[in-house]
Design a protein. Structure first.
Lengths: 95, 257
């Protein structure tokens, strides 16, 4: 089999019911069904989870390094977007 | 542990050892793919299955040793018997061949195991029934993989189709042994302990037919049969397998990790 031809999949695992799926890594497989099987063999050998998602890496659209300036920097000078910016009245004990 | 008469007990011990031998020889064969599989993911998957099978062998051997009451450990049973004392089905000891042959054998054995261990969960021997319940879950996953690969390769390129067909044809003569019941096993069946293997054939055949059909493979029609494993008559391959498997205990008797 030509491994170069095998598409790459990203693997997400839910470790416990109630928690979110977390990205754990990637693997090569022929199709999503096989990727699911391999995810079980590669990432769940020690009962690390109760649910698996796999998604073709090619289907992920990611932000680019060149976007950093326009994407994230503008937030730096808007402290009022953070809850910590606001002084709470004494009556509100914990929030 | 159940109270058995000496005669029945000895037969149950032999039964456990034969079942352990099936798992150990096949598990060892699959472990030969470690670091040699077509790619990393498959390498891990194959060795996972190998570990399932070796774990199964350990449970059968441990129980055999306990029943026997002579102090033999699982290691003694695995490492200190020669070819003629091994009782595995011949199909399990055959070399791994190419990847198609490994997967074709896996399909044949996995479908058989699903039928066999499902029945064994109903054994009157509670230890055997417990081992069987665990084995069924494992085999269901093993079968999912082997079925997938046989269909993928059978219904794949010209070369993969040809290789898979050759593999199925090569292994076919070793199938009848799986369903032949020796006299001792018949007695255990009458006692509610063993599984009627001859009754598993029909479902096995129809499951295999369906999978081979989906894989666009020909179902072999020959009815030649190569058997002898349950009587300790083996192919030339088992000696080489045991030489490697038992090397450490033969060279350094009693060695512990």
């Amino acid at each position: 089999m030509n491994k170069q031809a095998l598409p790459l999949f990203e693997v997400f695992i839910r470790s416990k019911r109630g928690l979110d799926h977390r990205h754990v890594g990637s693997l090569h497989a022929e199709d999503p069904e096989q990727a699911l099987d391999y995810a079980r063999d590669v990432y769940l050998r020690r009962s690390e989870g109760v649910s698996i998602w796999v998604v073709r890496s090619a289907n992920i659209t990611a932000s680019q390094e060149s976007d950093v300036g326009s994407f994230y920097d503008p937030m730096d000078d808007k402290p009022y977007r953070h809850a910590t910016h606001y002084k709470l009245p004494k009556e509100v004990d914990n929030m | 542990m159940k109270e058995y008469t000496t005669e029945i007990r000895n037969m149950v011990v032999a039964y456990c050892i034969a079942l352990g031998d099936d798992s150990l020889t096949l598990g060892h064969r699959l472990s030969e793919w470690s670091s040699n599989a077509p790619f990393l993911e498959e390498d891990l998957a194959l060795t996972n299955v190998a570990l399932d099978l070796i774990g199964r062998a350990r449970m059968f051997y441990t129980y055999a040793g306990e029943l026997e009451g002579g102090g033999r450990s699982e290691d003694d049973i695995a490492y200190l018997r020669d070819c003629r004392e091994y009782r595995n089905f011949l199909i399990n000891e055959l070399p791994i061949g190419d990847f198609a042959q490994t997967m074709a054998r896996q399909l044949i054995v996995d479908v058989y195991d699903m039928g066999f261990f499902t029945e064994l969960t109903r054994s009157t021997d509670s230890t055997l029934a417990a081992i069987a319940s665990k084995a069924v879950k494992e085999s269901r996953y093993h079968l999912r993989r082997s079925k997938d690969w046989v269909i993928r390769l059978g219904d794949g390129t010209d070369e993969s189709h040809q290789r898979m067909q050759t593999a199925i044809n090569t292994l076919w003569d070793y199938v009848p042994e799986l369903f032949a019941m020796p006299a001792d096993e018949q007695l255990l069946l009458d006692a509610g302990i063993a599984v009627d293997r001859s009754a598993l054939k029909y479902v096995w055949q129809s499951t295999i037919d369906e999978i081979l059909h989906r894989a666009t493979l020909e179902i072999p029609t020959g009815n030649h049969s190569i058997e002898g494993g349950r009587e300790g008559i083996h192919t030339e391959h088992l000696g080489f397998l045991l030489t490697e498997l038992q090397y450490l205990q033969r060279a350094y008797p009693g060695l512990q990790w």
